[in-house]
Design a protein around this ligand. Sequence first.
Ligand code: XIL
Length: 347
Amino acid sequence: MKTLKEACKGAFRIGAALGPVGKLSEDYTPQELALIAEQFDTATPENCMKPKEVIPTEGQWRFELGDEFMQFCQENHLTVIGHVLLWHAMNPAWLFKEGKKPVSRRAALARMHKYIRKMVGRYQGKILGWDVVNDAISDRAHEYLRPTPWFQAVGEDYIEMAFRFARQTDPDVELYYNDYNIESEPTFSKTMRLLHTLQRRDVPLDGIAIQGHWLLDRVPFADIERAIVGFSELGIQVMFSELDLDVLPGSSPMNAPTSGRELDQLPLVSEDHSAILARQADQYARLFELFLKYRKVVSRVGFWGTTDEHSWLNYWPTKRENHPLLFDRQLKPKPAFEAILKVMTGK
Ligand code: XIL
């Protein structure tokens, strides 16, 4: 069997998010760890480098999981993408408080600076690039930026400050903006606005990552192509950082139904399982045809997980059994795997 990383060599890096909960050695079987090392050349820590894990209480730094992740990647020749310095989710509550009051801009900037300096500094020379800011663009039609805790504490320039702090710490590491649905309107235009603003202000930014959490039968192929072209015209790398193709009808976490109850009541897979997996394979193949067509500007493609067992879509936004990735629960390659290999090798 040819591997994904052999098939993608020379086109773009191919990666996966690892470590959904804790220690890799406890989350994965040795067989799965071997599969990861065999198939991918890049890895992203799924959760262990998020502030909630690293700084759960003020003054306490927890690097054990991050360090273990780095060690596994080094031993297995996986290039690491750091994820994620600033996000609206998975932060400890203390970060945005001063006593009982909301944190001041001054203190928030000092905390941001310290956090970025520590994280980027600790892994300097070992990480190819960092997702510096995640999901800053608002989902709401008439709102530009999401009112995240960082935005509320610092103001609109929190984004540029984060990039500047990261660059000050490490002159060589690549710095990315990472977000979902940014290939489609109205978010595409808002993202272009953000990128233009950052560039006009000489903010150090090396790439844009489209997360790629898509729904089966609703992959916005035309939007994706337009976004690759539009973003790459700004002279930055374009990446797909968190691919998965959710097969459960109406269950996109990004367009989550109003209540978990509705989701629980959905039929798991309403038609023949193999027909669904075949459609999933076709759609993944079309995606990789696009990535291949734009290989000069697409520098990385990463999946958000490894096997269907290790996907956040099994427990977010609610518990269910999903099948979004390339390997099944027995670690066997699914039709999507074969289809991607075919596209990438031309056979
Ligand atoms: C998700 C993880 O996969 C889950 O395990 C966790 O409970 C929540 O965060 N966009 C991102 C990722 O950039 O960090 C998110 O990861 C998925 C959406």
